[in-house]
Design a protein around this ligand. Structure first.
Ligand SMILES: Cc1cc2nc3c(=O)[nH]c(=O)nc-3n(C[C@H](O)[C@H](O)[C@H](O)COP(=O)(O)OP(=O)(O)OC[C@H]3O[C@@H](n4cnc5c(N)ncnc54)[C@H](O)[C@@H]3O)c2cc1C
Length: 393
């Protein structure tokens, strides 16, 4: 029997995690990443609940803990920089019923890359331009690399997935507008408190700053918009102007932070949208992570969904000769978690829409109610099948 060959598009979280498990099951895996090198940057992503189990089964828990960010929680300040309320990470962990390890997206991607680079063929600076599938395989054309045939293709290429567009149709058909936009950039500033995320709110907009005590921190601007904004996703200056317009006349340190955002080389802007699809596969092509079911950064579940989806997709492929059967099983197993996470965005905490909402949020977080809601997580480690009974490392 020939070794099954799988092409994965995207080398962030979902792509390398899928490759990790596929190579352990004997697949030959190629990852194509459009960026010329592993992309750095990104805020912290949360690893908790089933994602902790997946990381543990990969043998990466110690590495993830070594690189974890120390984030003691959220603190909310007013225009005069007075702290109104703080909400420790321990309380979040109590609410979700799981430890929560926060790590920057870039560090997690780097760890997953290091765990796979010797077994996986990585092609950087390229992209699949055409997929032609038949009953026995998929012919893939690349922008630079000569074309090849694979047994299956996995799109792990994020919210703006090209694999999704090529196989299922335009992004607009699957994108769910959630009425918020956000921008992230690094910042060298002494505003805020080390190891805490400091939020400043005005109705329908928030600025959050995180820093430790070693170097530059990160700032995030989030704002509400009733209607979708029209902008060119390649035009970074136009995106900076959108953020400036949304935060015009803001108080606190916002004017200086907007200047810093103008100067930041890693400014990143996007909508807090979700992806919702009736099916995540067609023939021999499947989607995983944000490409299939982005829940938005406001869900705090991007890494959780990417890691569990990768684990399930690869596990089912290793158990079934037919990719279609495997994709069907993957989808059935992963859907409940996706539905639960897409239903819960935290914008009511981070970006209340009115002064009353801001005051109510502060009262809520200072009250015993969050502690009373503790341990209501319904998705424990037990929902993950044990595809690989032998220890991997
Ligand atoms: C630069 C960056 C910064 C981010 N910052 C944050 C953040 O601050 N907070 C947060 O919660 N989430 C952030 N995210 C999203 C977060 O990583 C995801 O929600 C989650 O981890 C799921 O990951 P994913 O692998 O499915 O998708 P993503 O992390 O979006 O990765 C998709 C990968 O596919 C690559 N790619 C895109 N198109 C193609 C193509 N045509 N061909 C080949 N490769 C392609 C991208 O370069 C990227 O490496 C960020 C993502 C990126 C790429």
């Amino acid at each position: 029997m020939t070794t099954p060959r799988v092409l994965i598009a995207g080398a962030s979280i979902a792509g390398p995690a899928t490759a990790f498990w596929l190579t352990r099951a004997g697949f030959e895996v190629t990852i194509v990443e459009q960026s010329p090198e592993l992309r750095r940057g990104g805020n912290g992503v949360d690893i908790r609940s089933e994602a902790l189990t997946v990381i543990d089964r990969m043998g990466l828990t110690a590495d993830v803990r070594d690189r974890a960010m120390v984030n003691r929680g959220m603190r909310f300040v007013d225009r005069s920089d007075r702290q109104r309320v703080r909400f420790p990470t321990a309380e979040v962990e109590n609410m979700v019923g799981s430890e929560d390890i926060e790590i920057t997206r870039g560090d997690l991607a780097q760890l997953l890359y290091a765990a796979t680079e010797s077994d996986v063929e990585y092609i950087f600076g390229d992209t699949a331009t055409e997929l032609n599938q038949d009953d026995a395989g998929v012919d893939v054309t690349f922008a630079r690399t000569p074309g090849r045939r694979f047994d299956a293709v996995v799109g792990a290429d994020g919210i703006h997935s090209k694999i999704r567009r090529a196989t299922f149709g335009p992004e607009e058909d699957f994108r769910v507008f959630k009425q918020h936009y956000y921008a992230v950039a690094s910042i060298d500033s002494t505003v805020g408190e080390p190891f805490w995320t400091t939020f400043y709110n005005e109705p329908g907009r928030s600025v959050a700053l995180y820093r430790d005590n070693t170097g530059p921190g990160l700032m995030t601007f989030t704002f509400h918009s009733r209607a979708p904004l029209s902008y060119d996703y390649r035009d970074i200056d136009a995106q900076r102007r959108l953020v400036r317009a949304a935060f015009a006349d803001s108080g606190w340190h916002v004017p200086a932070l907007l200047d810093a955002a103008d100067a930041a080389g890693d400014f990143y802007f996007d909508a807090l949208d979700q992806i919702s699809m009736p099916s995540w596969s067609a023939g021999r092509t499947a989607l995983v992570g944000d490409a299939a079911y982005c829940a938005s950064p406001a869900s705090g579940a991007g890494a959780l969904l990417a890691l569990t989806g990768a684990y399930r997709l690869a596990g089912e492929l290793s158990r079934h000769d037919s990719p279609q059967d495997a994709f069907h099983r993957y989808e059935n197993a992963q859907r409940p978690l996706v539905a639960a996470k897409q239903a819960h965005l935290f914008t009511y905490i981070t970006v209340p829409r009115s002064r009353l909402g801001i005051a109510a949020r502060n009262i809520l977080l200072a009250s015993p109610i969050p502690r009373m809601l503790g341990r209501r997580s319904s998705h424990g480690a037990s929902t993950l099948a044990d595809y690989y009974s032998r220890p991997i490392r």
